[in-house]
Design a protein around this ligand. Sequence first.
Ligand code: ZN
Ligand code: ZN
Length: 247
Amino acid sequence: MKITFLGTGKGGYPTLTRNCCAIMLECGNGIYLIDCGSPVLDQMTRLEKDFDRIRAVFTTHMHGDHTFGLPALCSVCSWHYTNSRFDVFLAEKQGVDSLKTYILASDKVFHEDRIRLKTIAGGTIYSDENLTVTAIPTAHCLPSPSYAFLFEGEGKRVVFSGDLRRPDAPDFPEIVQTEHSDAFVCELCHFPTDHIFPILASCPADRIFFNHIGGADVTQTIAAIRDFADRAPMQIYAPDDYASYEI
Ligand SMILES: [Zn+2]
Ligand SMILES: [Zn+2]
């Protein structure tokens, strides 16, 4: 299982060095995307990834810094890459309907038999020969739904926090605290590092990757992560965009 960070930036907008949120997971021969806020179509093209390998896209919630890469990806895979076929999971039916309407308005045709837009219902939402994905409700944008995800494949367990609720992540996924994970990908945009680091230090996770790296000064946040890495009982990473890791 290989994880590549396509966008690790703070909320709302890209910066000179970091795109908005998107992660690519490769498991078996499949490619799975978690959030699609960065220009994923462009990035996968330049990484020479085969769009026919995409099996599913999972978005944690309907905020643009996690979804604005979707129209380009879905449109071009519908229109140009005619062997591509994958599921796209969105947190709300309004997002499904809007995405379909926008692609139709732009392209006049949308092959929804191949690019299958779906609303997340919670629980196990996806399973194939490579992995199983479980959606865990969070409270990031109440009353609108949002989700963390548990990925299980190749004997590994990886949890993605999605965005959590301000100001102190009361919706931190319990499963990360109570069950072993090979890797936990934690957002770091909606709460102070000195609040979340002690919680993370007690989690039975082998590795913690931070994405959505925020704070008033990202340089200071990175310095705080490095300091935490020196004392944390697990491996700690603050990936740059395009960093890749074998899990
Ligand atoms: Zn966000
Ligand atoms: Zn958000």
